[in-house]
Design a protein around this ligand. Structure first.
Ligand code: TRP
Length: 361
């Protein structure tokens, strides 16, 4: 069977370091390793509209932000199909058919959606489109017969539902769709990067993000203000690395090379952690290290971004071409889907003949 990688993001804001460690970095690696038959990465604008119906301008503005983030992080349109969800109407069609194969109570049993409903104060008035977005997400995946979905832990319930819907479709109609597998980030720090304020998650609405597009000065201002260890008041107090955002970020980003170049007194992060825990290591020095680590990582991304920003019409061309290619792939699956569901009336010679005989006197 073909190995098809597919993943995407809602274009509701610029991508930040949480996106980068949680999925973007991995996608670029997967792309560069080339161990797949096809790779699709898309902007889920239809899904973004399910809770932003009255604010399409926000989505419009962020399409190009996310495209710039993708391209500057290293996604390459020659190796990876980049497209916009709304430009593939076949996805809406498949969503409609999949909705018949799942119950309301099954869709309700989704912890990620439950959290989102609470966060948006939707409780009493959930838009139907929002409620059903996991089904639409199953269509996003199934329409491309994707096998491998690199996403964060919070997407697990969506992939599980997709698998159920694929099995159900194949059982009710015919074996057409393919069950996907989730591909989670390798290590636990990458699974959820806390905000700069130490809160559980980096999130635009909490204002605790470092963006891929932040310049060096902005990164330093944010790192300088980061949450560390509230019990580490005097230099010689023993420090805590657990729950200390600076150390969580170092876990996610720092390499031994970074230590050699920026703080040669320590060979590895474990050595620094031991010293910090013992006492005598200042938070500011750790923040300076982290700043160097992040800026070294972001510098090539910034350079590529700067180049891409000079020709934005070309980015729209890339997305248009990608959307055409993606549509081609989805419409092939939809031909099979309609045939399996026996709603391909005009291609169904047996149906036409049977009906003709039935009515002929
Ligand atoms: N729900 C995903 C998010 O919020 C975006 C998404 C939509 C997606 N459709 C998808 C991810 C299909 C992977 C596969 O980030």
């Amino acid at each position: 069977m073909k190995k098809i990688i597919l993943t995407g993001d809602r274009p509701t804001g610029k991508l930040h370091l949480g996106h980068y460690v949680g999925s973007l970095r991995r996608r670029v690696q997967l792309q560069n390793e080339g161990d797949y038959d096809r790779m699709f990465v898309f902007m889920a604008d239809v899904q973004a509209l399910t809770d932003n119906a009255d604010n399409p301008e926000k989505i419009r503005q962020n399409i190009i932000e996310v495209a710039l983030d993708y391209l500057s992080a290293g996604l390459d349109p020659a190796r990876c199909t980049l497209y916009i969800q709304s430009q593939i109407p076949e996805l809406a069609e498949l969503t409609t058919y999949l909705m018949n194969l799942v119950t309301v109570s099954r869709v309700q049993r989704n912890p990620t959606v439950k959290t989102e409903i609470r966060m948006r104060n939707f409780e009493a008035n959930i838009p139907v489109g929002f409620f059903c977005y996991p089904v639409s997400q199953a269509a996003d995946i199934a329409a491309f017969k994707a096998t491998t979905i690199p996403v964060g832990e919070d997407q697990e319930p969506m992939i599980e539902l997709t698998r159920e819907l694929v099995r159900r479709f194949n059982q009710v109609y015919r074996e057409v769709l393919v069950e996907p597998n989730i591909m989670l980030p390798e290590n636990t720090t990458a699974r959820r990067l806390p905000g700069t304020d130490g809160k559980e998650k980096m999130s635009k609405s909490l204002g605790n993000c470092i963006y891929l597009s932040d310049d060096a000065e902005t990164v330093w201002q944010k790192v300088k203000g980061m949450y560390t260890d509230p019990l580490h008041i005097n230099l010689n107090d023993p420090g805590h690395v657990e729950g200390n955002a600076v150390f969580t970020y170092l876990d996610a980003f720092a390499t031994d090379q970074d230590f050699a170049d920026f703080w040669p007194e320590f060979k590895t992060l474990d050595e620094l952690k031991a010293a910090y825990t013992h006492g005598g290591i200042g938070d500011m020095k750790c923040k300076k290290l982290l700043n160097s680590v992040i800026n070294r990582m972001l510098e090539p991304i910034r350079e590529r971004r700067h180049a891409f920003e000079q020709d934005v019409p070309e980015i729209f061309n890339i997305l248009r071409k990608g959307s055409e290619d993606a549509r081609e792939a989805a419409s092939q699956t939809m031909d099979e889907v309609r045939k399996a569901m026996q709603i391909d009336y005009f291609n169904d010679a047996a149906l036409i003949q049977q009906q003709a005989e039935k009515f002929k006197k």
